[in-house]
Write a protein that binds this ligand. Structure first.
Ligand SMILES: Cc1cc2nc3c(=O)[nH]c(=O)nc-3n(C[C@H](O)[C@H](O)[C@H](O)COP(=O)(O)OP(=O)(O)OC[C@H]3O[C@@H](n4cnc5c(N)ncnc54)[C@H](O)[C@@H]3O)c2cc1C
Ligand SMILES: NC(=O)c1ccc[n+]([C@@H]2O[C@H](COP(=O)([O-])OP(=O)(O)OC[C@H]3O[C@@H](n4cnc5c(N)ncnc54)[C@H](O)[C@@H]3O)[C@@H](O)[C@H]2O)c1
Length: 460
């Protein structure tokens, strides 16, 4: 067993871990980065980037098939070559991974240890069976893993998660996606647009994490006409039959089944904290084995251990993982100085469906409706949206009735990723609806729709 010493040990070389490593070393500390799986990050290998590559192919197919309303006719059929689609997804994905790998390559060899880390006590981790490292402080940045409902386990090798999709050589003919959250909707719609017969089952009536009932209805209406989107559908069992999977589910008291090549579990993700030996430290664990931590500084209570990125399950998206990683690395480097809170940006989330979904600031479900003024726009008749035949969706903007401050928004509609940025920037600047309306709006643009919604949220 090799015995080593460091100031800071970082467990997990994803986005949060690599950012923590850079912060700690820039602070002049000896840091060791431990990685159990493949270097390259979830984002680049099996997350943000390959999913957006698949979506880009799906959008190309969809656009090619929907030109006739403009009087533009594609004579002949639009042919989707599944092998070529997957080949581009994988080769571009590999390119993104290679950039991360060159960053990792540039870290000194002495700072990297390969293997799974486990705490022996508050000051020591053991990596596999080969290395023990003692340090002053630690950052857990171990990411998350797909949650798989028990009823899916009987599907055997017909059960897949997002990681598997991005390894496919070709597209399947039929798929059942379990979960209409962010991953299920993004991948489900993309596969459907690429010609895969798709059934999406969700145990509740939520869609893409939207909490505003009017926006949710708009989303349901938009997606239901493209693929089977079954709400309140509880998967009860799966079975293998003739090399296919049969998924049994219950919906409104009725039993149903659907047969497909694969069932994709997109039912949420769970933080990777099991197997870390946290029970050997002074950390207090909840019933799921999750350590209790300060949600602002990310310090695990009673310890010199910080928990960043998807591993802490607070804001499981990329830029938040990077922010968590930076502050955890700094806090670990400056231990035992009092840790500093992560500087949080205005909250936002984007789902890369078509139409896109976005949420900024306070979600509808968390509003005090008695003191909220709501403004909205329906994109069905919005000028520029109609011009482009993207006239589908709803934006709802929330303002504080007492002081006119912008509180948040939820939207399904065209260019939601850009609206989300505009609105998140306004939120972070603590603008009122009046100050937002004093900004320029060009003509004819989708942002005129935003102006309509803002006018409705104006407090008289
Ligand atoms: C399909 C998909 C699409 C996504 N799309 C988006 C998107 O469009 N936009 C967005 O903002 N976010 C997106 N996300 C979320 C985003 O990818 C994550 O929030 C982010 O990658 C989390 O980074 P992380 O550093 O916390 O974890 P990771 O990058 O997962 O890093 C964790 C690392 O820890 C290692 N590890 C685990 N346990 C141990 C151990 N005991 N010892 C040593 N190493 C260990 C793992 O091997 C891994 O390399 C997506 C996620 C998925 C799955
Ligand atoms: N565009 C992005 O930013 C992006 C893209 C993909 C993933 N992500 C991140 O990854 C995280 C995980 O995504 P996700 O889609 O797996 O989780 P999620 O929490 O967004 O959605 C899970 C969905 O599965 C449903 N569900 C849970 N158990 C079920 C069951 N047994 N049967 C049927 N439905 C069930 C839930 O009701 C929910 O709708 C997201 O929270 C997000 O932070 C972000």
């Amino acid at each position: 067993m090799q015995k080593r010493q460091a100031d800071v040990v970082i467990i997990g070389a994803g986005t949060a871990g690599m950012t923590a490593y850079r912060a700690a070393t820039r602070a002049g500390k000896k840091a060791i980065l431990v990685e159990g799986g493949a270097f390259g990050t979830t984002c680049a290998r099996v997350g943000c980037m390959p999913s957006k590559l698949l979506i880009a192919a799906a959008d190309a197919a969809h656009q090619a098939q929907h030109t006739s309303a403009f009087g533009v006719h594609v004579d002949g059929t639009v042919r989707i070559d599944g092998k070529q689609v997957m080949q581009r997804v994988k080769s571009e994905r590999d390119r993104f991974v290679s950039f991360v790998l060159s960053d990792v390559e540039a870290f000194p060899a002495d700072d990297k240890v390969v293997g799974y880390a486990k705490f022996l006590d508050d000051q020591t981790v053991q990596v596999d069976e080969h290395t023990q490292i003692q340090a002053q402080s630690f950052v857990i940045a171990t990411g998350s893993t797909s949650f798989i409902p028990k009823a899916l386990l009987a599907a055997g090798d017909r059960l897949v998660i997002n990681d598997d999709v991005f390894e496919w050589e070709d597209l399947p003919q039929r798929i059942v996606v379990v979960g209409a959250g962010v991953i299920g909707l993004e991948l489900g719609q993309a596969l459907s647009r690429l010609g895969v017969k798709t059934t999406l089952l969700n145990r509740s009536d939520t869609v893409g994490g939207i909490t505003d009932p009017e926006v949710r209805e708009a989303a349901r209406a938009a997606f239901c006409c493209e693929f089977a989107l079954e709400a309140n559908a509880t998967v009860t069992a799966t079975e293998l039959k003739d090399n296919q999977v049969v998924v049994h589910y219950e919906q409104n008291g009725q039993t149903h089944h659907v047969t497909a090549d694969f069932v994709l579990s997109a039912a949420g993700r769970i933080p990777n904290v099991q197997g870390l030996g946290l029970e050997n430290t002074s950390a207090e664990l909840d019933e799921k084995g999750m350590p209790l931590f300060d949600t602002e500084t990310l310090q695990i209570k009673n310890t010199a251990i910080f928990i960043a990125g998807d591993a802490n399950n607070q804001h499981p998206i990329l830029h938040e993982a990077a922010d968590d990683g930076y502050q955890s690395g700094m806090n670990a480097a400056h231990w035992p100085q009092a840790p500093v809170a992560v500087a949080r940006r205005a909250p936002m989330g984007i789902v890369f469906t078509d139409p896109q979904i976005m949420k900024v600031g306070c979600a509808y479900k968390d509003l005090d409706l008695a003191r909220t003024q709501i403004g909205e726009v329906n994109f069905a008749n919005q000028g520029r949206a109609r011009v482009m035949l993207k006239n589908c969706g709803r934006l709802r903007v929330y303002a504080d009735k007492e002081n006119g401050r912008f509180l948040g928004a939820e939207m399904l509609g065209p260019a939601a990723e850009h609206m989300a940025h505009l609105l998140a920037w306004c939120l972070q600047m603590e603008l009122t609806i009046e100050q937002m309306l004093a900004m320029p709006f060009y003509h004819p643009v989708l942002e005129e729709g935003l102006r309509t919604a803002l006018r409705g949220a104006r407090v008289e």
